[in-house]
Design a binder for this molecule. Sequence first.
Ligand SMILES: Cc1ncc(COP(=O)(O)O)c(C=O)c1O
Length: 406
Amino acid sequence: MQTQQLSLFPYLEPETAPRPPDFIPIYEPWLGKREEQYVLDAVRSGWISSLGKYVTRFEQQFAAFCGVSHAVSVSNGTTALHLALHALGIGPGDEVIIPSLTFIASANAVSYTGATPVFADVDPATWCVDPADVARLITPRTRALMPVHLYGHPAPMDALNHLAERHNLLVVEDAAEAHGAEWQGRRVGGLGRIAAFSFYANKTITTGEGGMLTTDDASLAARCRMLRDHAMPPEKRYWHDEIGFNYRMTNLQAALGVAQMERIEEFIQRKRQIVRWYCQGLADIPGIALPVEAQGCTNIYWMFSVLINHPFPLGRDQLILALRGQGIDSRPFFHPMDTLPPYRTAVPRPVSLALSRAGLNLPSSPSLTAEQVRHICAVIRAIAQPAGVAQPALSPIPNPQSLPAL
Ligand SMILES: Cc1ncc(COP(=O)(O)O)c(C=O)c1O
């Protein structure tokens, strides 16, 4: 069987390894002529570092997209988080509550400031931080809450903002995975004091590497701008009142970003359409739980993710191998932060742990075709239903326009 030739952890194989032509990757950036044209324009202009028209344009477009007054571009999502926390004065002795189930950059950004990340459990339905657990973890040292809009689903901002007000805490959104997600009709990025986004190649829009901070607080935005540029005040060259960082985005990256922003609404719509195809193709398979969209929220499904549990005949990791054998890439959920060596605690948060063991990200590129999604679902269905058991025919995928809202 083909899978036997693969390593036990196929998702750790280098992403540049040769692939058969019909291999379906977990994610592919969608780059077109406009991206080429703008990057070439930036190259030809000679403005290839962090000064240049595309940086300003990208920041303005992104602020408008999030419905906030200010956007500050940076070198990646991790530096965005670090800069936000540092600019807010978070440092040694402080505690910042973050979800246990997240990517390690969330925890590391807190650690870079000298503060301590404290891990709250997540909600079993939305996979985002559970405000009840957050409330239990607040101490006199807590300075900030950093909810993560995990896999594109917005965190419960009403309950979190309420807690923040009551305990005088700052709210920093980790929106690295959730460009365009909405909570009660408002886009993430403007739901706390400041928010951080990532534009890594697998994000809904990409600049290769890149990040952005969004806020309605003009003085905080100005402080972030200064700190990202070695803490040099714009009006006083080579003067530095404090230690800053070089966290600037280049004009080349921003050129990509401007082109991607011109299509971001299309990407989001396509991703939601892909989710409808998946949900139809995977409906009613015992042991597969489909992702949800909580009331009042718009999930942008950065990743189309499912939970694999009994009675599905394979465990999550076995399914990853089986899919890989059929030319389909997938990823396990993140490990809970409190199970990882730098952050290990005696008792990891239980819901995060259970989700981490069951969660699977399926291919989620906006360029996926209905045919590819149908193929992925058929492979999973065939694994779920042993030979001889009648399989329901997959009905043709309807015109997405005619599908009801999720
Ligand atoms: C939740 C979360 N936070 C932060 C980051 C860091 O972003 P970057 O990889 O651009 O540094 C990521 C990256 O995937 C992420 O998923």
